[in-house]
Ligand binder design. Structure first.
Ligand SMILES: [Zn+2]
Length: 364
């Protein structure tokens, strides 16, 4: 399991300073003192922003900016690291919403529309996938950072793609900051939460810093195109559903002689057991690319290290969906026993599903 997170945005009204994302711990530059200079600028900005927010809510004008001005935090242009857009993402204020609840909700709504992803708000303090932590400050600046954590979900094939599993939006809200600046900050950090990186263009929300004289209160064309590519239209990221109606039948067959090396040494005597698995694999998107079966050590069924892989005759591979069948031929001294336990593990690039199976017949 691995995780990284970046994304920092800093803006102040007196001195527009942006810090490039380098880590989650960056904060506003301590050398500048924006509040004195900022307050007069801010009064005007705040008055203007009230109108801008109203405008943005009903704004049907085409977005500013250019569709090509976006970038991704992780992955590459074709396969950025993203959330599974086909499941709702929960979010919650970590502690207090500081009166910002409606503004933050609107930012989530805007991100939801852009990405085609459903966000579900949970009560404050809940263990949500995305945690929103707001702090107040006495000055007129806003600053924050946002990002995602992701993981490659237990894949053994080496073909797995990472999936975002959690995110965070941290913001410090100056008492004298304008509403437009706060909206711009929330939109920006949510862009990071969904996987957007900074851009050098200055007419996108994902630019490095907020222009206090003209904070962008809605996503621009590049932001929207990036969010679209991170969202629903890029497809689901679901691990396969569990297999249905699995049946496994076992049969002890006549012992056979096996030479460990052709032409050398004495042949050894092996009892052989044949296990046949039949199951229905529900359709998955992306489709199942591999199914493996393991015999489970009864003494500790939960301990995956004690699962013994079964060698399927057809190469230990069953891909796709529908009615599936596979046969394993195993050597060993333990005879077939009714009640033996197995697991069927189905993989696609986004995860795996473990289906417990109990041997339902043991023929001799
Ligand atoms: Zn940023």
């Amino acid at each position: 399991m691995w995780a990284r997170a970046v994304g920092t945005l800093v803006a102040s009204t007196g001195l527009a300073v942006g810090l490039l994302a380098a880590g989650p711990a960056e904060a506003a530059p301590a050398t500048s003192s924006p509040s004195t200079l900022g307050s007069s600028v801010d009064q005007a900005a705040r008055a203007a922003s009230e109108a801008m927010l109203e405008l943005a809510a009903a704004d049907s004008r085409p977005p500013i900016g250019r569709p090509g001005d976006y970038g991704f935090l992780f992955g590459d242009a074709e396969r950025p690291v993203r959330w599974n857009p086909c499941r709702p993402i929960t979010w919650a204020f970590a502690t207090d919403s500081l009166g910002e609840e409606v503004r933050v909700e609107r930012a989530f709504d805007a991100a939801s529309r852009a990405a085609g992803i459903t966000f579900t708000q949970l009560p404050d303090g809940s263990a949500a996938a995305v945690r929103v932590t707001l702090q107040s400050a006495a000055d007129a600046s806003v600053s924050g950072d946002g990002g995602m954590h992701f993981t490659t979900v237990g894949l053994v094939t080496g073909k797995g793609l990472p999936v975002a599993t959690s995110g965070y939006l941290n913001a410090v809200i100056g008492a004298g900051s304008s509403e437009a600046m706060r909206t711009s900050l929330y939109l920006h950090e949510l862009g990071h939460v969904l996987g957007l990186d900074h851009v050098s263009a200055t007419d996108e929300v994902m630019q490095v810093s907020i222009d206090p004289a003209n904070p962008l209160t809605r996503y621009s064309a590049g932001d929207l195109e990036g969010l679209r590519r991170l969202g629903r239209t890029a497809g689901c990221q679901n691990p396969p559903p569990a297999a249905e109606s699995v049946r496994v039948a076992g049969r002890d067959v006549k012992p056979v002689y096996v030479r460990s090396q052709p032409g050398r040494g004495l042949p050894t005597f092996h009892p052989t057991r044949i296990l046949s698995f039949e199951w229905t694999q529900p359709p998955a998107r992306p489709r199942v690319m591999q199914t493996l079966a393991f015999q489970v050590d009864r003494s500790n069924p939960a301990d995956e290290s004690k699962w013994s892989p079964l060698p399927f005759d057809d190469g230990n591979l069953a891909a796709g969906d529908g009615n599936m069948k596979a046969t394993a031929r195993i050597g060993g001294s333990v005879p077939c026993r009714d009640g033996d336990q197995f697991v069927l593990v189905a993989y696609n690039v986004y995860g795996r599903t473990v289906t417990p199976v109990t041997l339902d017949s043991c023929l001799r």
